[in-house]
Design a protein around this ligand. Structure first.
Ligand code: BGC
Length: 724
């Protein structure tokens, strides 16, 4: 698109202070014309918020979002007709956002310096359409002005400094910036918006004397507070996820992310919330606050991509229901424009491994078609010339080429296709998928395997050697297994697209044959899981049985990490070990999904024992309390416990398979997914010595009840079976 607007920046750098750019325009500037509609098209180097005549334009928070800016920089269009008056003043404030963040700890000093040198740039066009169909454009150019705003500092990881008593004045000219508009693209992802306003549950004095506010729920976003104060009085607030074992505020696990708000009051009653930053928190500490604070003064505002909720899980077990809630909040808290690993510490990045582990669950819980379409486009844009994928997307630093992380390139598009049934995502990503397979083929030490290279392996597996984050499954085993799996997905995607995939079919067969010859035994839970789930085990039943024995032999404890955990229960229930799968799901002792719930978790933890039995923390170094990856267990609940499954040759629930697998330890369980074809629902409950099944399908379905298969049309059905 041809832009009339030019990139502008303040004539003199304002340092950390966020500039506010201003342009006035009046109806009288267009004599004889009547305005029909007015659009604002805008983006910034950083994040921006626009106001027209003091009223907020749109509801997009942290616009323009986070993309691979060098090639794909989104701009937004707002209809501002309703806000236009006779005399108009457009003000757009620009904060550092992701574009100019030093991303603590993750980029080189040189990279930080480069980012710090990027000016707070803005590009915009006010597009006016008159009733006579003629148009006029007011573009960003030297007629705009800039001044220091009340936001004295803003940064994604460190927080915001706001001075409500600062008078915005001293407008200075702007300069044109030498920047291209070739990389500007219209908004592609879901916009980021505010969602729940969670009222503070309590405000209390901790044992160490600090004043703490508890929102009762970990959220990602920011707080809003109201205070009656005198000009110049100070507010200083720290954010944290948990209390320590003494009941005191704790946030050492944020590492170098400062996550603070500093606010200077004006006179009188005032309400404030930051605009250009976010935090992952359940608690705040009032380091300074005028008067005697009480809970009523505080809200936690949840901010995330505006995805439609589609999936619901409920059961007769309150702990399980809390886990389901934690998984939903985990997704909300980490789907803030990119699928982040966690929303609080100095990471908050689009870690590919976490996203591939969770994508199926994510796609059932919420409609994430648009969200992933945009993120995967960034992945393709950032793909290295050798075909490897950055560990994080948008890619920030040099790391790439880790099995199970890079495999997001194949796994995510395939899942989005399966859940929503639109082959466009495969078309968009097919080259990226193939280039990724090419990377493995060209970089492996041994043909038809993936050997060598640096991998995250079975990250956080409990069978890790002392002092390591990597579980003891063999790196070459995991990498080769994912090589096979991703190649199989390229074959499937290619067939859907009508491409010639014979080369990949041959490659796939070669990998399977070589894998079987090379890896003749399976040594860990994760190795068993991958061998079965990826169709590599010659005797999957025997391998699944051996896995079940292995788990039972260690007291029904899972040992799997990021790589094995998402598939663990699927493998068990897929081969007759459903009861053991439920044992793992319902287990409340460490390690388990429900152990954190017994410790009061309101989101999913990074470590099964982020808070240990004795109340100590697992570590201060890597201990997130909002890390969605292990929440991937929800897809087992949808697909196995409730039995709702997609069908490969009729994706998007055009046909459905529903094969519920009840367990006597639950009185009832219900799952529903609002698919593109309508709502599919499966409920089972124990009723007078039998199990009653209530099933709704929006499409023709294969229903399997207690081993009996029935083909049905769309509709509502009730079945009964004996309790096994
Ligand atoms: C992140 C993970 C990520 C990992 C790579 C961590 O620091 O938080 O979730 O996948 O690094 O192993």
């Amino acid at each position: 698109m041809e832009w009339k607007g030019k990139w502008i920046g303040p004539a003199q750098s304002m340092g950390d202070v966020c500039p506010v750019f201003v342009r006035e325009f009046n109806k009288g500037d267009f004599p004889g014309k009547e305005i029909k509609s007015v659009q604002l098209q805008v983006t910034a180097l950083g994040v921006y918020e626009a106001q027209l005549n003091g009223k907020r334009v749109g509801d997009y928070v942290l616009a323009p979002g986070w993309t691979s800016y060098e090639t794909r920089h989104q701009y937004q269009c707002y209809d501002i007709t309703e806000l236009v008056e006779d005399r108009n003043r457009l003000e757009i404030t620009v904060g550092k956002g992701w574009y100019r963040s030093p991303v603590p700890g993750w980029i080189t000093e040189e990279g930080k310096a480069q980012r710090a040198a990027i000016p707070a740039g803005l590009i915009a066009e006010i597009k006016i359409t008159f009733t006579d169909t003629t148009t006029a454009v007011i573009p960003t150019d030297e007629t705009w002005q800039a001044a220091e705003s009340r936001i004295r500092f803003s940064e994604i990881y460190d927080g915001e400094v706001y001075d409500a008593s600062f008078e915005v004045s001293d407008y200075q000219p702007v300069v044109l910036l030498e920047r291209t508009t070739d990389n500007l693209i219209p908004q592609q992802g879901e916009k980021i918006t505010e969602h729940e306003y969670v009222k503070a549950a309590r405000c209390f004095t901790a044992p160490n004397g600090e004043v703490v506010v508890d929102f009762g729920q970990e959220v990602t976003g920011y707080i809003q507070f109201t205070v009656d104060a005198k000009a110049g009085e100070k507010v200083e607030i720290s954010h944290g996820e948990v209390l320590d074992k003494d009941g005191n505020f704790y946030n050492a696990n944020y590492r170098s992310a400062k996550s603070k708000i500093y606010y200077t009051c004006c006179d009188g009653a005032q309400t404030y919330k930051p605009k250009m930053t976010f935090f992952g928190f359940r608690y705040i500490r009032l380091d300074q606050f005028p008067g005697t604070p009480c809970a009523d003064q505080f809200y936690a505002v949840a901010v995330h991509s505006d995805m439609k909720r589609t999936g619901r899980l409920r059961s007769s077990n309150p702990l399980l229901n809390q886990l389901f809630s934690n998984i939903i909040w985990g997704q909300k808290g980490n789907f803030l424009d990119v699928p982040t690993d966690c929303p609080q510490r100095d990471e908050r990045m689009g870690w590919t491994g976490d996203a591939q582990a969770f994508v199926k669950t994510a796609s059932y819980n919420f409609d994430v078609d648009r969200f992933f379409t945009k993120w995967l486009a960034d992945m393709a844009a950032d793909q290295r010339p050798d075909g490897s994928i950055g560990h994080v997307v948008p890619t920030l630093y040099v790391g790439s080429g880790s099995a199970a992380w890079d495999d997001a390139a194949a796994i995510c598009p395939w899942q989005i296709y399966m859940t929503y049934g639109d082959k466009e995502i495969l078309r968009q990503q097919f080259d990226c998928m193939k280039k990724y397979i090419g990377f493995i083929t060209n970089s492996t030490k041994d043909p038809y395997l993936w050997t060598g290279g640096e991998h995250y392996e079975d990250w956080l597996g409990l069978d890790a050697p002392v002092g390591s984050y990597k579980g003891s499954s063999r790196a070459d085993f995991i990498a080769s297994a994912f090589y096979a799996y991703s190649t199989s997905l390229v074959v499937k995607a290619g067939r859907v697209l009508g491409e010639d995939v014979s080369e990949y079919e041959r490659l796939y067969q070669g990998i399977v044959d070589t894998f079987r010859k090379t890896f003749t035994d399976y040594r860990t839970q994760t190795e068993h899981v991958l061998a079965v789930h990826f169709g590599l085990a010659e005797d999957p039943q025997k391998t699944a049985d051996a896995l079940a024995e292995m788990i039972k032999a260690c007291g029904s404890k899972l040992q799997t990490g990021f790589v094995g955990t998402p598939y663990l229960l699927h493998v068990l229930s897929g081969y007759g070990h459903t009861e053991l799968a439920y044992t793992l799901l319902l287990r409340t002792e460490y390690p388990s999904w429900l152990y954190p719930v017994t410790k009061g978790a309101t989101t999913v933890w990074e470590h099964w024992d982020g808070i240990m039995e004795n109340g100590d923390f697992w570590s201060t170094d890597m201990n997130s309390f909002n890390h969605y990856a292990y929440g991937a267990v929800a897809d087992w609940v949808y697909e196995a416990a409730a039995g709702i499954q997609t069908v490969e040759d009729a994706p998007g629930f055009a046909r459905v398979k529903i094969a519920p697998q009840p367990d006597s330890r639950l009185d009832w369980l219900e799952a529903s997914i609002e698919t593109r074809k309508g709502t599919v629902r499966s409920l089972w409950k124990q009723e007078e010595g039998r199990i009653r099944y209530e099933i709704t399908t929006p499409s023709p379905a294969e229903i399997v009840i207690a081993g009996k298969t029935m083909e049905v049309e769309a509709g509502d059905y009730i079945f009964y079976s004996e309790i096994a």
